[in-house]
Write a protein that binds this ligand. Structure first.
Ligand SMILES: NC(=O)c1ccc[n+]([C@@H]2O[C@H](COP(=O)([O-])OP(=O)(O)OC[C@H]3O[C@@H](n4cnc5c(N)ncnc54)[C@H](O)[C@@H]3O)[C@@H](O)[C@H]2O)c1
Ligand SMILES: [Zn+2]
Ligand SMILES: [Zn+2]
Length: 439
């Protein structure tokens, strides 16, 4: 799939952008540790050149914290198009400003900043509304334009389908248009709280807000990875009367029940999820949120269709959501999807007047200041609840399979580099991925 996608993209040429993904290496050939993709289930630690200022709006960061996201697992499985061997992954990271380009006036070396996972130009129609993930001018992917009619912003470390920008699972990163895509962090907020402003916090907040969770709503959440766990808390903060989380991983079900006090459904036990939902709430859900993953079909029919490439994505969760919500209920899709799914229950969607909302890639810049100032600083939302592990960057290649298999109760991981501070009090100490398997 990758070879065909890359070839087709080459044939189509590139779309015009105001920035470019290739970076200039620092003079003298200094190198850094980074995690790169080489094929499905083949990621490796590599030595890569340290990036230098390449365009005048660039900022170079020394990474003080990075992490792995459920979206990285789609890359790990080769489910996202236009990956190339040697691509540096990682889109959720923070750091210290190391160097600034001549156009960057609002940041200076030494400042602590979080990076948005998407790269916004700050000037297009979408950026002017803070819809940073929909920026028109930073992703050169003609393939995405061909498939979707338009294209997202460029993303860090997320294949050439989103611009081919080297990512933040590395010791240094080049952040294009740094004055737009970096948020300064006050000293009172430690790295373990700040880093997730890069993705998981705005993303989970966005699905709750964009799908319109209101006081009194009964909310169902498919998938209890970090996005689902945070969405459950946001839904409660927005006044949901009940939240029901659906997953099959025992540690994740237990985590959601014990840490956030929500109800759960284990879909390995209740194969008919919608029937179970109606047993728990006979009127149906008001809101359903898809925080799962499109590459894990659970029915034999979709396993076969996906293997035969008759569909790229599976509709199982979408169908369960459409059937489980009440008439005129709302369904939000924040889980990433890539292409086509067969047998969507379009009849139930239409007849019940269901609002099915593609939440899109979350516009980080729209929410990050609000989350920082109104929730993190006053202590109304403490993201450290989801951090189960901290590991050194050297363990990243081993972390991919461990996170993929949800080993040792892993939820969210903080990955440290040589530039990180010591763990904050109450946060996990450094461990090695090898040790997780022996526990
Ligand atoms: N739109 C965005 O901006 C954005 C940003 C970040 C992540 N995401 C996406 O959000 C999703 C969740 O991310 P995460 O980091 O929590 O991932 P994760 O892989 O850690 O968690 C996904 C969870 O979904 C569960 N799951 C799989 N199939 C299911 C099913 N049929 N029903 C119920 N649960 C099921 C898995 O067991 C797992 O616990 C991913 O698809 C990711 O790509 C989207
Ligand atoms: Zn992500
Ligand atoms: Zn823009």
């Amino acid at each position: 799939m990758q070879a065909a996608a890359n070839k087709f993209q080459e044939y189509l040429g590139t779309e015009p952008t105001v920035i470019h993904p290739e970076y200039k290496p620092v003079e003298g050939g200094a190198s850094m540790k980074a995690l790169a993709w080489f094929g499905p289930k083949d990621v490796r630690m590599v030595t890569a050149p340290i990036p230098d200022i390449t365009e005048p709006d660039d900022v170079i960061l020394q990474v003080t914290g990075t992490t792995i996201c459920g979206s990285d697992l789609h890359l790990y499985h080769g489910e996202i198009m236009a990956l190339q061997k040697g691509d540096i992954l990682g889109h959720e990271f923070m750091g210290k400003v190391f160097k600034v380009g001549s156009n960057v006036k609002n940041l200076e070396p030494g400042q602590r900043v979080v990076s948005s996972f998407q790269i916004a130009c700050g000037k297009c129609t979408y950026c002017r509304e803070n819809l940073s993930s929909f920026c028109d001018r930073t992703n050169n992917s003609s393939l995405q334009n061909y498939m979707y009619g338009q294209r997202d912003a460029g993303f860090f470390g997320y294949s050439h389908f989103t611009g081919g920008f080297p990512g933040g699972q590395a010791e240094y990163v080049r952040v294009p248009i740094g004055n737009v895509n970096l948020l300064p962090i006050p000293d009172s907020v430690p790295d373990e709280k700040a880093i997730y402003l890069s993705d998981v916090l705005p993303t989970s907040y966005h699905t709750v807000v964009d799908t319109g969770v209101k006081p009194g709503d009964v909310v169902g959440i498919w998938g209890l990875g970090p996005i689902g766990q945070c969405a459950a808390r946001w839904a409660l903060l927005k006044g949901a009367s009940r939240v029901i989380g659906i997953d099959r991983i025992p540690s994740r079900l237990h985590f959601a029940e014990s840490k956030s006090g929500i109800e759960t459904i284990d879909f390995s036990q209740y194969s008919n999820v919608t029937k179970r939902i109606y047993e728990l709430c006979p009127k149906g859900l008001d809101v359903a949120l898809d925080c799962g993953t499109f590459h894990e079909p659970k029915t034999i029919t979709h396993k076969i269709q996906k293997t035969l490439m008759l569909e790229t994505d599976v509709p199982e969760t979408i169908n369960e959501m459409i059937v489980s919500v009440r008439k005129t209920g709302r369904c939000g899709i924040i889980a990433a999807y890539a292409g086509y799914a067969n047998a969507v229950n379009v009849g139930a969607l239409m007849e019940k007047g269901v609002r099915l909302i593609g939440n899109g890639q979350a516009p980080v810049i729209k929410y990050w200041e609000e989350i920082l100032n109104e929730y993190l600083i006053p202590g109304k939302f403490d993201p450290t609840f989801m951090i189960t592990h901290r590991v050194p960057i050297d363990d990243l290649a081993k972390l991919y399979p461990a996170f993929d298999n949800r080993v040792d109760g892993v939820e969210k991981v903080f990955i440290e580099t040589q530039f990180s501070s010591a763990p904050s009090s109450g946060c996990p100490p450094t461990s090695r991925v090898d040790d997780w398997f022996s526990i």
